[in-house]
Write a protein that binds this ligand. Structure first.
Ligand SMILES: [Zn+2]
Length: 245
């Protein structure tokens, strides 16, 4: 069996790590290759720590710092990362950008994709990214998406946690829980790289505990930390999937 590829689309520099860092680390341990594409650095809207410490700072300097933080976090998880360098707040995706996302899907040909939930009125950059990824996957599964490149099947797409701690406002309820108890410490090491967002550890320790508790109740087992996902592509098989205990 060859190496399997996972592609993670992140609106801002830290989103992939906070919402799916534990799951990414678990997949890397299993031998998967995880590629992250960060559409923006989050310099305008998710870098308050930088602007607080550098009132005379520049956008260019902020982006450079955020890029470094995000690269260090990805390396801590064992993932590769690339940056599209688009602006954020607002993060808008026109036809040219949309086709680039399709091209990256066709270049990487992932088996699994993670990205943002489609309804996120508390952070439209996140939902804009989720919708663009659905379009890119739809497009890349069509013959002729890029006429000189073979199409790809529709990979298993999972939405990770919406803007934390606003899940209820965004109607996000997970239908998949991934037990990240074994990789939670590694995830926290990665989150610590985002020095411009010092609140992240507090938010995501809380949420991983919350999802872990829910997963424990459903499974009647002891799961300390979990990440929640919502599946987009229906499960197709000859028998139904079973919850692991
Ligand atoms: Zn974000």
């Amino acid at each position: 069996m060859g190496v399997k590829d996972i592609l993670v689309f992140s609106a801002h520099g830290a989103d992939y790590c906070t919402r799916s860092g534990g799951t990414i680390a678990s997949y890397v341990k299993e031998g998967y290759k995880v590629h992250v594409i960060a559409l923006s650095y989050g310099a305008h809207g998710e870098s308050a720590g930088y602007w607080k410490q550098n009132p005379q700072g520049t956008l260019e300097h902020c982006c450079a710092i955020r890029k470094k933080e995000s690269m260090n976090a990805a390396a801590t998880l064992g993932a590769s990362i690339e940056f599209l360098g688009w602006d954020d707040y607002p993060l808008t995706i026109d036809e040219t950008r949309q086709r680039l996302l399709t091209k990256r899907v066709l270049d990487i040909r992932p088996e699994i994709v993670f990205t943002h939930w489609l309804e996120d009125p508390t952070n439209p950059d996140h939902s804009n990214t989720g919708k663009a990824v659905v379009m890119a996957l739809n497009s890349s599964s069509q013959l002729g998406a890029l006429p000189d490149t073979p199409s790809h099947y529709y990979p298993n797409l999972y939405f990770f946690e919406s803007t934390v701690p606003m899940s209820e406002f965004n109607q996000f309820s997970p239908d998949f829980y991934i037990d990240i108890t074994d990789t939670h410490a590694q995830k926290l090491d990665a989150i610590a790289k985002f020095e411009c967002q010092p609140h992240l550890s507090k938010y995501y320790i809380h949420f991983a505990s919350h999802r872990g508790l829910q997963a424990s109740v459903w499974s009647k087992s002891d799961i300390q930390y979990a990440e929640g996902f919502k599946r987009f592509v229906p499960y197709i098989g000859k028998t139904l999937p079973l919850t692991q205990r």
